[in-house]
Design a binder for this molecule. Structure first.
Ligand code: 13P
Ligand code: SF4
Length: 303
């Protein structure tokens, strides 16, 4: 990719000069994922890795809630995001005030919050979860009923795997909610050999059609281990691009959907972030301590 080379060289040089580390989510584009990232992973891996970073500066290549999570876990480090507008439809779907109302409505019911939420929301909750540990987190309370918010589909997919009664919220991921069982069935009808791997933010009838369901890291590991001849990754488009070079024999069948928020992060913006030390992500100290507790409880949960 000659067009990217000057940016890659400049970013990697500045990273050293500034003592910075780049944490990149699996949905970042291949030139970020392969050429400038120090750590790549799903939301849980990135949160765990954020607790181990030695560098003084973290550049979060992902969306805002991910940068906030890194800041919560590293209050003394500088956390930069190359585009402050990189948001998330799930995170936008709920506020701290909404969670307080839910607590009034369901007194005593533990509140599990997906990491795809603002620090303000995390501060109102008992513990966070990600798509890779949601069932474990929900069951960790040992009670009959748990609120699992704000992703309705994730909650329904968790409910299918546990006896705990799950109450939820009407938030959806704008990328995964667009997949339908009908379109997947059409792919299966055209070629029954295709394996379907779906992210648990997809609607329940989509997940029911899948040969495997898991977080983005789980999906990557499945493809690495199983090497299906043809696979449809029911998730964001960059996932297939990022893993293709590692498994050249696997044919990745479309469709995929783009996350416009993840795609706001580009090499020129990463370079700008490092040059000008922008844009810094901060968390209001009044909420940081409570939000940190919810994230740390999740990170410290034993497997
Ligand atoms: P995971 O990488 O944790 O599976 O999350 C997917 C996602 O949509 C992040 O925004
Ligand atoms: Fe949010 Fe969905 Fe984009 Fe992830 S893929 S950041 S959940 S909108």
């Amino acid at each position: 990719w000659p067009v990217y080379a000057p940016y890659v060289a400049a970013i990697n040089r500045l990273k050293k000069e500034r003592n910075a580390a780049i944490l990149a989510h699996n949905y970042q584009t291949p030139e970020i994922f392969h050429c400038v990232a120090d750590i790549v992973g799903d939301s849980l891996q990135l949160a765990k890795e954020a607790t181990q970073v030695d560098a003084e500066i973290i550049v979060q290549c992902g969306v805002h809630f991910m940068a906030e999570t890194s800041k919560l876990l590293n209050p003394d480090k500088t956390v930069l995001i190359p585009d402050m507008k990189a948001g998330c439809s799930l995170s936008e779907s709920i506020t701290g005030a909404d969670v307080r109302l839910l607590r009034e409505r369901y007194p005593g019911v533990p509140v599990v919050t997906y990491v795809n939420t603002s620090a303000e929301v995390k501060a109102e909750t008992d513990i966070c979860c990600t798509s890779s540990n949601a069932v474990q987190v929900v069951e960790s309370f040992g009670v009959d009923t748990v609120l699992c918010i704000p992703d309705e589909y994730l909650a329904q997919n968790v409910a299918a795997q546990t006896d705990v009664k799950i109450l939820t919220w009407k938030g959806h991921c704008e990328v995964h909610e667009r997949f339908t069982a009908e379109e997947l069935q059409a792919y299966k009808d055209a070629d029954p050999e295709i394996e379907i791997i779906a992210h648990p933010e997809c609607p329940v009838d989509v997940v029911e059609m899948a040969d495997y369901t898991g977080s983005t890291a789980g999906m990557i590991n499945y493809v690495r281990d199983q090497r299906p001849p043809k696979v449809l990754l029911v998730t964001e488009c960059s996932m297939a691009s990022n893993i293709q070079s590692e498994v050249p024999e696997v044919e990745f069948v479309k469709p995929c959907n783009l996350c416009p928020h993840m795609k706001r992060i580009t090499l020129p913006k990463i370079l700008d972030a490092l040059c000008e030390m922008k844009e810094e992500v901060t968390v209001d100290p009044a909420i940081a301590a409570r939000a940190r507790r919810a994230v740390e409880r999740m990170v410290n949960l034993k497997n």
